[in-house]
Write a protein of this length. Structure first.
Length: 187
């Protein structure tokens, strides 16, 4: 589209701690669900670094920060965090805690976070990425289906009670589905 600025995705940090970026070509935008509107502002997606913790936690929270098995990926527009996802480096790795600020939804932020998490897992040698999604979260289910995730056949799991996270206790009453994507295939 004329006048459109393509989103830029940052895939990790190189040995000199410089972001490794690539522009998202229009041919890939549909496959990862990135924004197509000509009014779209560019944003970057990259792993969270220590000096950004307070800024992100102030607007998004970082419930899994001290989980110890992975790292956060954050979408930024200039110096403003738009959303985040946690990539747990378990076997198989898990995409967790995907959250986009309400005023930045429907811009492809969650799709970009998911795509970067997939690339981060792929570059670490993993062949699949797993996630859980609420049975009631139809928007997230649609996003993950478009991105190539499939139900792995695990029975839905009921989660009830008080869960203690970094930001304090929360009450949960939910049923979650387990989905997975093979990373050697693009959506």
């Amino acid at each position: 589209m004329p006048g459109r600025v393509a989103p830029r995705i940052v895939f990790g940090i190189d040995s000199a701690t410089q972001p490794c970026t690539r522009d998202v070509p229009p041919s890939e935008e549909a496959s990862v669900g990135l924004p197509i509107s000509s009014e779209t502002e560019p944003f970057v997606v990259r792993p969270l670094v220590a000096n950004e913790l307070e800024r992100v936690a102030a607007v998004l929270g970082l419930a899994r920060l001290h989980q110890g098995d992975g790292f956060y990926i954050v979408a930024w527009e200039h110096d403003e965090p738009l959303g985040h996802a946690h990539l747990a480096l378990t076997d198989p790795p898990e995409l967790q805690d995907v959250s986009v600020r309400r005023e930045h939804r429907r811009r492809g932020v969650a799709s970009a976070l998911t795509a970067v998490a997939e690339e981060e897992a792929r570059t670490r040698g993993f062949g699949r990425l797993r996630l859980t999604v609420s049975t009631d979260n139809y928007g997230a289910q649609a996003l993950y289906r478009r991105s190539g995730y499939l139900d792995v056949g695990v029975a839905p799991k009921r989660v009830q009670g008080t869960i203690l996270i970094r930001t304090g206790p929360i009450e949960v009453d939910d049923t979650i589905l387990t989905w997975e994507k093979r990373l050697d295939q693009r959506a």
